[in-house]
Design a protein around this ligand. Structure first.
Ligand code: RB5
Length: 145
């Protein structure tokens, strides 16, 4: 069985959490694909990382990804401007679970300045383990285009 690849990217504000989630992904048996950024010191622009995520998903390298910025707001807006991306900004396990069950979200967005390491890891685990519920939600997700 091949290891599932999970794309992960952040701006400078999300860098530390990204590194922590990369280790978590490895521990869970996934192969993280790190799209940057590579340090917390250099200020970078979150839309660039939303675009990199969209490209990686569109290219088929990864089906799912994780995006992190300070609040998760900018990077989720950026990613959702690209077709094929359904990025869900989650602050707890319940929103992470429902983003999969109801919205078939393929990108988990997190705000490093708003959620701690433990909550972020719970969101990640739940997001990756929860299947799409399909049924009535399928029609709605299809309308997202
Ligand atoms: C960077 O300072 C910050 O604006 C960014 O990480 C994010 O929170 C934007 O939505």
């Amino acid at each position: 069985m091949t290891t599932q690849k999970i794309a992960i990217a952040s701006d400078h504000a999300g860098f530390e959490l990204k590194q922590s989630l990369i280790e978590e992904l490895r521990g869970l048996g996934y192969e993280p694909v790190d799209l940057g950024t590579d340090n917390a010191m250099t200020s970078v622009d979150y839309p660039d990382f939303g675009a990199a995520m969209a490209k990686t998903i569109a290219g088929g390298t990864c089906e799912k990804g994780v995006l992190i910025c300070g609040t998760g707001i900018g990077i989720s807006i950026a990613a959702n401007r690209h077709s094929g991306v359904r990025a869900a900004l989650c602050h707890d396990e319940t929103s992470a679970r429902l983003s999969r069950e109801h919205n078939d979200a393929n990108v988990l967005a997190l705000g490093a300045r708003l959620v701690g390491d433990v909550v972020a890891k719970e969101c990640l685990k739940t997001f990756l383990a929860t299947p799409f519920a399909g049924d009535r939600h399928m029609r709605r997700v299809a309308k997202l285009g």
